[in-house]
Design a protein around this ligand. Structure first.
Ligand SMILES: [Zn+2]
Ligand SMILES: [Zn+2]
Ligand SMILES: [Zn+2]
Length: 371
C-alpha cells in the first residue's frame, strides 16, 4: 500500500523526539481540547439550550438518514461533527451529543474504528509508511513488470514513469506512450530498496504518528472508536396506562365530528415516521391536531418533551397538544410553549377532559365547524 499524503499543514516535524517531551505534549494537548469543548462552550451562550437542541433537531431532520456522522479534521488533528457549528456549539463537543443520547433524542452507534498511536491515542494523525524489510530504509521504489501492448515489449518500470506529465517512450518500438491505462499491461509488481538494492514483494509496513513523529507497529496501535448519532424518530409509548385517556379523548373528539386515528404512524416532512397517540383532522386535510399522551411516575422531563418536539417539528401540525396525568418537571411547560405545544397536566382525567373540550371548542369555532 502507498503512504498517504499529509493533509495537514500543521503537522509537527521531527523535533519532539524524546519520550519525555512527547508525554508532556500529550497531556497539555489533551487538556486544551477537552477543556475548550466541554466546559466553556457547553454553557448556553447566544441561544438558550432548549432552543439550540430544537434547532439541531431541525438541522438533522434535513439529513437524508437523520444521522450525524463524524468527520476527521486533520488540520486540527481531531474528530468533529460539523453540524454542531450551526447551533453555535463547538464541533468537537461530543459531550453535548452524548447528553442528547441520555436525553433520548439520539441513538448512538459505532461508525468506525481508527487505529491510533498507543502513546498518543487522542491524535488521529497516524498514516502508513513502508520500509525495506532488510535494511529498514524508507527509500524504496515500487516497480512493475509491464508490457507495451502494441509491440509486446516487456520492461521493468517504476510506477512514477507512467505519470502523464513526463512522456514515456517505449525502448523497443520508440513510440510515445500517452495513455498508460490503454497502452500498458501490468504483469507483476514488487518493491526495490534504493539503498541496499534488495527486491521484495512485501514491504515492512509501519504506522507513523505524524503529530509526535515516531513509528509504531500496527498491531500495537489502539482503537479510537468513532460514533454516529441517529435521531430517534419512532417513539413507542412505554406506559400502557394511557390507553384509557386516549380512548376517552377519541370519544370526545368524535362528539365534535372530528376524524381521528389512534396510535398511528404519521410521516414527517423528513420522510420519517412518528408514533402519534391521536391524530385528528378537522374540516380540511391540513387542519391537523396531534395529541401526545404520556404518563411518567417521576414526572415529565425535558427529554420526554424533546422527543415530542421531534415529531412536532417534523410533521408541523396546525395544533399540538400534550396530555399527561403526571406532573411536569421544571422548564418543561416553557419548552413546550416555545414550540407551540399546548400542555395539559392534570392528575384527574375529568379535568383533562374538560380542558381538552375547551381547547377543541375554540379550535373548532376557529375553523367554522359546528358542534
Ligand atoms: Zn505517537
Ligand atoms: Zn534496503
Ligand atoms: Zn513498444
Amino acid at each position: 500500500m502507498f503512504e498517504k499524503k499529509s493533509r495537514s499543514p500543521e503537522i509537527k516535524s521531527g523535533l519532539d523526539t524524546n519520550l519525555k517531551s512527547i508525554l508532556e505534549n500529550k497531556s497539555t494537548d489533551v487538556e486544551t481540547i477537552s477543556g475548550s469543548s466541554t466546559m466553556v462552550d457547553y454553557l448556553p451562550t447566544s441561544m438558550p439550550i432548549a432552543g439550540r437542541i430544537a434547532n439541531l433537531i431541525q438541522e438533522v431532520l434535513q439529513l437524508e438518514d437523520v444521522t450525524i456522522y463524524p468527520v476527521l479534521d486533520y488540520s486540527a488533528d481531531q474528530i468533529i461533527y460539523p453540524i454542531l457549528s450551526t447551533i453555535d456549539e463547538a464541533p468537537n463537543n461530543t459531550v453535548f451529543l452524548d447528553d442528547l443520547v441520555t436525553g433520548d433524542i439520539f441513538d448512538k452507534g459505532i461508525h468506525e474504528r481508527l487505529i491510533v498511536c498507543p502513546l498518543h491515542p487522542k491524535s488521529i494523525s497516524a498514516t502508513m509508511r513502508i520500509y525495506c524489510p532488510k535494511c529498514n530504509s524508507a527509500n524504496i521504489e515500487k516497480l512493475n513488470l509491464v508490457e507495451h501492448k502494441k509491440c509486446g515489449h516487456i520492461i521493468e518500470s517504476k510506477i512514477s514513469n507512467y505519470s502523464t506529465s513526463t512522456p514515456f517512450v517505449c525502448p523497443s518500438c520508440s513510440k510515445e506512450i500517452n495513455n498508460a491505462e490503454n497502452d500498458i499491461k501490468v504483469l507483476a509488481m514488487w518493491y526495490r530498496c534504493e539503498k541496499c538494492a534488495e527486491k521484495f514483494d512485501d514491504a515492512l509496513i509501519k504506522l507513523y504518528c505524524r503529530k509526535f513523529n515516531h513509528d509504531f507497529d500496527a498491531n500495537s496501535g489502539k482503537f479510537n472508536t468513532l460514533f454516529y448519532y441517529r435521531l430517534k424518530t419512532l417513539h413507542i409509548s412505554k406506559d400502557a396506562d394511557t390507553t384509557n385517556i386516549k380512548n376517552e379523548l377519541v370519544k370526545l373528539l368524535h362528539r365534535f365530528k372530528i376524524t381521528t386515528k389512534q396510535n398511528t404512524l404519521v410521516k414527517g416532512k423528513s420522510g420519517n415516521m412518528h408514533d402519534i397517540a391521536i391524530y385528528a383532522t378537522g374540516t380540511s386535510e391540513d387542519d391537523t391536531l396531534l395529541f401526545f399522551v404520556k404518563n411518567r411516575y417521576e414526572g415529565i422531563s425535558e427529554s420526554d418533551m424533546n422527543s415530542i418536539l421531534i415529531a412536532k417539528l417534523d410533521f408541523e401540525p396546525k395544533h399540538a397538544l400534550f396530555v399527561t396525568q403526571s406532573p411536569l418537571q421544571d422548564g418543561v411547560e416553557n419548552l413546550a410553549k416555545l414550540y407551540g405545544i399546548v400542555t395539559i397536566s392534570e392528575p384527574e382525567f375529568i379535568k383533562i377532559r374538560s380542558r381538552v373540550e375547551e381547547f377543541v371548542s375554540s379550535w373548532y369555532a376557529d375553523v367554522g365547524g359546528h358542534k
